[in-house]
Design a protein around this ligand. Structure first.
Ligand SMILES: Nc1ncnc2c1ncn2[C@@H]1O[C@H](COP(=O)(O)OP(=O)(O)OP(=O)(O)O)[C@@H](O)[C@H]1O
Ligand SMILES: [Mg+2]
Length: 359
């Protein structure tokens, strides 16, 4: 391993560019440093050769990883595997001697942002800038869409509260007034029959308003926790559709942070909705498990299943989006005739991008 700190060249930005360079040839490393300087970077390059060195230096404060393809005893494919597993948002650029187009495509498929040939390093600067801009844009769009999801959820909470308190409250007052009238009217007259009809209408409307408020965002999700809210949802879906729903959840999941509670609740809601509506399933099972460092959720139905490659609507895309925001993994396992199993893995301890920076 070698570290090269460059004297300031023609500086593009005030900050140095911290580059981790996977390169087993010191001469090629020097050429690379030269090209970085020529491209206007104040580069701080660290050269590594082995897997262990690579892992030791793969840190979030890096700006770019530049990797040769063929290394002593390993290659960039393995480096990309390790890089992907690290989940770091740093561009990985392949800088290699001649490699076949298939190998280059394979590296891009495995997460490389770009690839350059060693005899065409004039493209190095633009390639680094483009890859870094792409990552900055991705982060911005993730943060914006995370804020949108949050704002949407807050709005639902507000509307649910207003509906419950204002409209539900007004309907309850109306009902009380009708009850008062009841005692002043003769028991068998036509006015009494009309009053009873009005009372039934008011009672139905109280129930409808409360139910809409609950469907928008059940207050028990915030007040009692995830499991009572999931159980309520299961009962509600069974009542409306006839599909039997079983919920099995670890007690520890009850007091997850709001972003996890909301995410799991909405995933279960959409999955059960799909199972009842599209699959007409007779039974569905929801399982929520807390494991060290992660939460797993499964939603399984016994419907006819579907071809997951071709059928993706807003519902499934929305679920994928919610899971991605928490840095998790979303997977649907279904084939025609075999029911559907939705599996979700959510890592714990990730900062919500929407709350980064204290906003
Ligand atoms: N559990 C399931 N069983 C069978 N088919 C399903 C199941 N879940 C989804 N599908 C199929 O996948 C399609 C896409 O589902 P998705 O939830 O993305 O959209 P949608 O339910 O059609 O519309 P939206 O969710 O926006 O109301 C559905 O139209 C349906 O054909
Ligand atoms: Mg749907």
């Amino acid at each position: 391993m070698a570290t090269g700190k460059q004297p300031a060249g023609p500086v593009v930005s005030g900050k140095p560019l911290r580059a981790l360079v996977l390169e087993d040839d010191p001469a090629d490393f020097e050429i690379l440093e030269h090209h970085l300087r020529a491209a206007g970077f104040r580069a701080e390059c660290t050269r590594v050769e082995t897997e262990a060195e690579f892992m030791a230096h793969l840190q979030p404060d890096l700006d770019v990883v530049l990797s040769d393809y063929k290394l002593a005893g390993w290659d960039a494919i393995r480096a990309l595997e390790l890089y992907r597993a690290s989940c770091l948002d740093i561009p990985f650029i392949l800088v290699s001697g001649t490699i076949s187009e298939e190998v280059a495509v394979e590296c891009m498929k495995r997460g490389a942002a770009d690839y350059l040939l060693k005899d065409r390093l004039g493209r190095l600067g633009p390639a680094i800038n483009r890859a870094r801009n792409d990552i900055a844009e991705k982060r911005l769009s993730e943060s914006l869409s995370s804020r949108l999801l949050k704002a949407h959820e807050e709005e639902r909470k507000k509307v649910a509260r207003e509906l419950h308190d204002q409209v539900g409250g007004a309907m309850a007052t109306l009902l009380l007034g009708l009850n008062d009238l009841d005692s002043g009217l003769p028991p068998d007259g036509p006015a009494q029959a009309q009053l009873q009809a009005l009372k039934r209408l008011a009672e139905d409307n109280v129930a409808i308003v409360r139910n809409i408020a609950l469907l928008l965002r059940p207050s028990m999700l915030d007040e009692l926790g995830l499991i009572p809210a999931l159980n309520w949802q299961a009962r509600e879906v069974s009542r409306r559709t006839g599909m039997e729903v079983a919920v099995e959840a670890d007690d520890a999941c009850d007091h997850l942070p709001d972003e996890y509670r909301t995410c799991i609740y909405r995933l279960v809601q959409e999955s059960l909705h799909n199972a009842a509506r599209h699959a007409k399933a007779a039974q569905a099972r929801v399982t929520v498990r807390e494991e060290p460092g992660q939460i797993r959720v499964w939603i399984q139905d016994d419907g006819p299943g579907f071809d997951t490659r071709h059928q993706k609507g807003m519902g499934i895309l929305g679920m994928e989006e919610r899971v991605r925001h928490l840095g998790g993994v979303f997977h649907i396992d279904s084939k025609p005739g075999q029911g559907a199993l939705i599996s979700i893995l959510l890592p714990r301890g990730r900062t919500d991008p929407a709350t980064d920076g204290g906003s």
